[in-house]
Design a protein around this ligand. Sequence first.
Ligand SMILES: Nc1nc2c(c(=O)[nH]1)N[C@H]1C(S)=C(S)[C@@H](COP(=O)(O)O)O[C@H]1N2
Ligand SMILES: [Mo]
Length: 414
Amino acid sequence: MTVINPRRGPRRRHVLEGLAAGAVLVPSARATEAPPAIPSWMQAQGADVNAHPYGQPAAFEAEVVRERMKSRTLTAGASFTPLQHLHGTITPNGLFYERDHGGVPTIGPAAYRLLVDGMVDRPMIFTLSDLKRLPAVSARHFMECSGNSGTEWTKPTGRTVQETHGLLSCSEWTGTKLEIVLGIAGVKPGAGWCVAEGGDAAALDRSIPLEHALKIGAMLAYAQNGEALRPEQGYPVRLVLPGFEGNTNIKWLRHLELRRGPAMSKEETAYYTELLPDGKAEQFNFVMRAKSVITYPSGSQKLDGTGFYEISGLAWSGSGRIKAVDVSVDGGKTWQPATLQGPIEPICLTRFRLPWRWNGGSAVLQSRAVDETGYVQPTLKSLVGQYGLHAHYHNNAIQSWQVETSGDVINVHA
Ligand SMILES: Nc1nc2c(c(=O)[nH]1)N[C@H]1C(S)=C(S)[C@@H](COP(=O)(O)O)O[C@H]1N2
Ligand SMILES: [Mo]
């Protein structure tokens, strides 16, 4: 990092004061590897350009990995995206969060088949090449497990934003629309639901309301960020239901059955329902409500001295575009509007930023998202007031990070 340009206006200089804490004025920079000296890596040819036919991250980035949830089996479990290390809004494929109920099956492209039957005019089986011949679309959408932040209902538990919010990722998905495939099979009148089944050992199946699924642009995706889906993401084909809870985005999709009503499968009765304070359970909570989180500074990070910091984070809503994000540095007493990084796309992660001067005092950082429907992300208190403490899924409460006078950042309930 270089020294601040003295020609910048006084106000900007004030905001950026302390920005380049580690930078050194030119005359005292005498390390042999620092410019103007010629460093060792300029004195010989670089590494073999053919070493990695498939590119790898820089060796220095080895700590940027998914973190596995503690689970009793090696196959059923989850791993979390390292949101604190990522920039912008797209999740690299190797870091996309993962949730598997029965491990990752190996399905070759030649062996893949999709059966479409039930209330259709023509029951059909599609191969992968059949699906790839159909008109394609690409769209950027987030995906979030409805269990994301599930550990945070009663007390602050995750140490990092990876642990509190890492069952969240965002890709550019490419595939063919569900509408096209169903159009070929011909949906019979009266078919209101589509049961989607995965080709894994869990045979995970969910009932999808047909009209709603078509409205949100449901997709049979075979590509993610330009390349084929990763095995963990459902290779070769998964259902992408923009804005719906992760669980309904069936991976290794093998069967679509058109029906009058839902199947009442295990995953929509025993699980993925919300136990309410009155003992009743809320079912079919498909749409992920607006939510946001500050990724920098966030849990387990440490501020390196007072001065300028750019608070930055992610906001998203299953109902459409993010309209605004407000940030508080005093635990919710006062709020300032953050800048949203465009383009702001519907049902997509949106990056927000706010310049901040840390004066060395204790501070509680929070962000609050508002989506295009006017819905405002709730405090934990108001969410618990509504759902009680027996709910597990869909915790979209405001997250608080406390900056201590030491500069350490910790997860707190404020
Ligand atoms: N066939 C199948 N589909 C599945 C799952 C699964 O275990 N099997 N997990 C579901 C859950 S709970 C979530 S949150 C998302 C996770 O998708 P990802 O692993 O690509 O992040 O996939 C859903 N689709
Ligand atoms: Mo999930």
